[in-house]
Each structure stands twice: as structure tokens, then as C-alpha cells.
Design a protein around this ligand. Structure first.
Ligand code: KG4
Ligand code: ZN
Length: 323
């Protein structure tokens, strides 16, 4: 039985998984509301909130699974990339639990975790596959040949797709984080109403910053009554441009490496238009797209654990290391 902890951004999460890959608990406590009035995640506020939530979240995962600390075999934790202060809360808790019970510890890369959501029920995907990993912090095309190795094929040159959703949502007055709200609003709009530019880059990279500027100018050109009337059309057209860029590059990557299977993971994989556009792909279940500890637990099954006391000096990392 593995206890996994995830605290890389603004979700405090704990999950339990057995050696057959069956989830026994998956608890996620989101701090989104706490950060909403600042229009984004405030790192120090996130760290402090993680500190308050980590013990009750771990305990409620154990309660949900009807397990005690004595029944654990391993502890897994997100090591990075993410906010250093936030990560350190999870890492310190994981070390304390593992050390206290004499258990091995498995450090997990957050991106490997997002991909590992695809190994869980009901998708149960097995490598090799091409993965579009699209979240608030990353937009990556990955050649996944094995459970534990990712080869980078393309990435964003500026904003991540989730960031583009959040910034667009903000311009449309939808609050933070606005990706899901923009998705909802877009359902009432016409995706062909505005023609927003999709950057066409050589190779397999992405760029979303021009799109955001185009939306800014479109919004600026409207008075408040017009904006209210066109908001759904703007949302639908903007979303359509992001999804088109994601889909086009993914299909191109699949062709380039001769991928037989395409998969999509990460927070933006929850987007309804993207899911429709890539309906033939393996899609992570919506509840496992945004940050959670089940995906960290899933990745931990394939990684080598560190024995005590070797992990006591383990540190967090802020930027992408894998791929
Ligand atoms: O994977 P995640 O929880 O955090 C990171 O690792 O970054 O992704 C969060 C991102 C946010 O930008 C959020 O707006 C976006 O995923 N998101 C969506 C949807 N649900 C979440 N974007 C578009 N449509 C959605 N339905
Ligand atoms: Zn994430």
C-alpha cells in the first residue's frame, strides 16, 4: 500500500493505492478560493495553507481507505516541479511519516504523475504512446516509451495552454482559475464568431501569447454592454483557437513519431472541446486531470523507492527536470 502526497501548487492532496494499481482513497482539498481575490496563486499563502491542511487531508485519505499508518508499505511525494515552499510542506510530511514508520520514500516528478493518471482505471493505458500534457504550468508533447521515461518532442515558447485559458478568462471577467468557467461559457457561444490567430510554428512547439493579446484587443474594442452580449462568442472563439493549436500539433507529432496511441493528461485535458476534438485518444478521467495525489501514487508504483535514512536530505525542485 502506497500513501502519496501532492502539494506542488494550490491543491493539498493525499491518495492510497495498492500494488495492483487500485485506488483506495483520493482526497483533494483545493485552495483556489483562497487565491481567487489575488487573481492567481500567492506562493507564500499556498505554503501556509498546505501546512494547515496536510495532516487532516492525509488522515481523511486513511479514513476513507479504512487504513492506519501501520498498514503502509511506502510513502510517495511530489518532489517538483512546482512552488518550492508548497512542495516542501508535502516533502516534510512524507519524510516524517516514512521515517517515523521506517518506510521507504518515493520522490515523484509532478509531470510523470500527470502522465501516470492514464495508468489508472478506467483508462489503464500502457506505453508506448504519445502524450499531450497540458496544464496551468506546462504544455508538452511527450513520447512515452516506458512508464518512467518521457522524451520531449515539443513545448510552449511562452504561456502554457492553461495559463492562456486563465488569462483569457480574466479578460472576460470570469475570475480565477478561469479555465473551467471559460469552458462552460463557451458552450453558449459561436466558435466561428471571431477569428483569433493560432501561431503556426515550425516543429512541434506552441505559442499562446499572441492569442491572448488578440483577445485583449477584441475586448478593448467593445463597450460594457457589447462585451456582455459577445462574451460567450469571445469565449467560444478563444477556446477554439487554443484547442485547434493543441490538436494540430498533437496530430503532427503523432505522425512524426508514428505513434499508434495518443493520450491527453493535465488540467486542460478536462476541457470539453479538447475532449471532443480528440475523442479517439486515451483521455485521463476529468477528476484526475487537475492536480491530485492519485496520479502521484500511480507513478510511484513504477519508481525506485529510497530507503531510510537516504531520503532525509531530499530537496524540492522548482523547474522541469524530466524531458
Ligand atoms: O494540472 P493542473 O491542475 O495544474 C498544473 O499542474 O498546472 O492544471 C490547472 C489548469 C488551470 O490553468 C485551469 O484553468 C485549467 O487547468 N483547466 C481547464 C479546465 N479545467 C481546468 N482549462 C480549460 N478547460 C477546462 N475545463
Ligand atoms: Zn499539475
Amino acid at each position: 500500500m502506497i500513501l502519496a502526497i501532492e502539494t506542488s501548487c494550490d491543491e493539498t492532496a493525499a491518495a492510497l493505492i495498492d500494488d495492483a494499481g487500485r485506488l483506495h482513497a483520493n482526497v483533494v482539498s483545493s485552495q483556489a478560493e483562497l487565491h481567487a481575490r489575488f487573481g492567481g496563486v500567492v506562493p507564500e499563502v499556498a505554503s501556509r495553507r498546505h501546512l494547515e491542511l496536510i495532516c487532516p487531508v492525509v488522515q481523511s485519505a486513511l479514513d476513507e481507505a479504512k487504513l492506519t499508518f501501520d498498514q503502509l508499505d511506502r510513502v510517495a511525494v511530489t518532489q517538483g516541479p512546482g512552488l518550492i515552499g508548497a512542495l516542501l510542506v508535502g516533502i516534510s510530511a512524507a519524510k516524517a511519516i516514512a521515517w517515523g514508520k521506517g518506510l521507504p520514500l518515493v520522490p515523484v516528478d509532478h509531470l510523470l504523475g500527470h502522465v501516470a493518471a492514464l495508468y489508472l482505471e478506467p483508462v489503464r493505458l500502457e506505453p508506448p504512446f504519445l502524450c499531450l500534457l497540458t496544464s496551468g504550468g506546462h504544455t508538452l508533447l511527450l513520447d512515452v516509451q516506458e512508464h518512467t521515461s518521457l522524451r520531449l518532442l515539443g513545448t510552449t515558447l511562452d504561456d502554457a495552454a492553461g495559463e492562456a485559458f486563465d488569462k483569457g478568462a480574466r479578460l472576460l471577467g470570469l475570475g480565477y482559475p478561469g479555465g473551467a468557467a471559460l469552458d462552460m461559457l463557451a458552450r453558449e457561444g459561436d466558435p466561428g464568431a471571431y477569428s483569433f490567430p493560432v501561431a503556426r510554428l515550425d516543429g512541434l512547439d506552441f505559442s499562446f501569447s499572441g492569442l491572448k493579446t488578440a483577445l485583449l484587443y477584441a475586448v478593448r474594442g467593445l463597450d460594457s454592454a457589447e462585451l456582455e452580449r459577445r462574451r460567450a462568442d469571445l469565449a467560444a472563439s478563444y477556446q477554439h483557437a487554443i484547442v485547434r493549436a493543441l490538436v494540430e500539433q498533437t496530430l503532427q507529432a503523432a505522425e512524426k513519431i508514428g505513434a499508434r496511441q495518443i493520450a491527453v493528461a493535465g488540467g486542460v485535458a478536462a476541457n470539453s472541446e479538447l475532449r471532443r476534438a480528440l475523442a479517439g485518444a486515451a483521455l485521463a478521467p476529468v477528476e484526475l486531470c487537475t492536480d491530485n495525489a492519485a496520479m502521484i501514487a500511480s507513478a510511484a508504483r513504477y519508481l525506485k523507492p529510497l530507503n531510510p535514512p537516504g531520503y532525509l536530505g531530499l530537496d524540492a525542485y522548482a523547474s522541469r527536470q524530466l524531458a
